[in-house]
Write a protein that binds this ligand. Sequence first.
Ligand code: DON
Length: 583
Amino acid sequence: MKQLLVISFLFSLSFQSLCFAEPAQVVKLDPLARFHPVIAEKGVTVSQEAIASQVGTDILAAGGNAVDAAVATGFALAVTLPRAGNIGGGGFMLVHLAEENKTIAIDYREMAPAAASRNMFLDAEGDVDRVKARHSVHSSGVPGTVAGMIYALENFGTMSLKQVMQPAIKLAHKGFPVSRSLASSLVRYSDYLGSDPASRNYFYRADGEFYQAGELLVQKDLAVTLKRISKQGRDGFYTGKTADLLIAQMRRNGGIISYEDLLNYKVVERQPVCGDYRSNRVCAMPPPSSGGVHLIQMLNILEGWDLNALGHNSAAYLHRLVESMRRAYADRSLHLGDPDFYAVPAEQLMDKRYAAQLRKQIDPGKSSRSKDIQPAPTKVINESTDIESTETTHYATWDRWGNVVSNTYTINFSYGSGISVAGAGFLLNNEMDDFSSKPGSANGYGLIGGEANAIQPGKRPLSSMTPTIVFEPQGEPIVATGSPGGSTIITVVLQMLLNVIDFDMGIAEAAAAPRIHHQWLPDTLRYERGISVDTLNILTEMGHSLGDKPVRLGVTQSIASDKNKIKYAASDPRREGAAAIPE
Ligand code: DON
């Protein structure tokens, strides 16, 4: 009995110490850590394809900076994510340089060939010939990716082109295991890709069968092209053998890209557009992307309300989002285009006084109709589709020194025009469809445009790609994000930022939260699964026209950083195959 008492006394002591003693160290998790992002003390790469993320992080681990890693990832994605990663397309790269405390926007968007003309996609009846605009050699603008990657590396990187391209060359030459996602997308797009002999040869097995997940996809011609680029730089793509192959492809099909067009391709370094939202500064891509301007315009409108008090994804909140989106996209249709050809009133559109005017028009209890909302006449602002079938890709790198790259690039639709350059191993974009081929006629994303985005030789088609970096009040970068999704990109990025800034979500949590989209025309509120039926009913009562079924909106790749410079990286859970990989 005595023994038992002693034992129970000892037990209660140890039980007490287990229950009540202070742990040696209480680790307080940053809210950014919620929903299991990848946590990195040094650098990190996040992209839609795991092998390419690893390539970026290997470069960081070898001493490269964020730009070295971003260029390596960009070339690797051209091999491992052929539906969007590319050397035959173009894009935008936002670079934040920690030491200089400077952010740069690199525009490597495709340019219209010199022989392009305003009505080149109109048929005899004056209607847009969608096949010509989207699935022919005419669909392709002059590719900018190779020039853009080399520009970034030469100006802001530290490594040689050979060094950063070596992993991509090896992946193309030796092959890489086809992922489930790649295998299924090659099945899904087989009509499209299989009708082009070169694409059929590159993306389907010699016996005509589909690649199964786990089989090796070897891309010998692409490896040789990449090798030429790594040795000769820009000349390895824009002149010589690669140019010969591209021009031969054009000539076989009556295309209009010429040797001069390739030689004349130019990368443009631009000032990002930045705006203050609550206590943060948001910097994003300027025109020829519409993304940054309208992201800031919508944030300006929304800043006038206490969104947090309305509740995340409540009807009151979503209604304000929709009304802000509606007005921004109406303005997009008239005012946005390539700034080298058209005077885009970007400052006015991003003016807080203009946003206040727009906010005043919004009835908090009632939806407006898009037909009643028109883009603001220039004078006024001076005073104050099936989304899943398209493809683009966003990725980000963040190094241990605090340099950040936020990059979105594309060949427009999944696998671009579907046409590969025979002998050179890469797909041509169909970015010419992002122009407004006919005023009032919708492009592949249902977007309407006019004069500002009409086709002109040498002009860049208007884009929605929105690579973004957010800064805290002292100027430290805290979030890098972006997404594919055509016209929905801007509203997806908007909701990512609101989730983090207004609703204090972790970066992975912010990525997972259900989203909505409205783009003025069509006057339809598109929504994801997860917005409650009650909320949708209230929105309908307010007068919103809902899409008939949920859609998927965007696929973000994001990195956030806390005040201790710990990074939290998260791939969107909407699509498999992506990875955030810490150094
Ligand atoms: O530049 C643009 O806005 C479009 N070409 C992007 C295409 C896209 O995001 C397709 N991805 N889902």
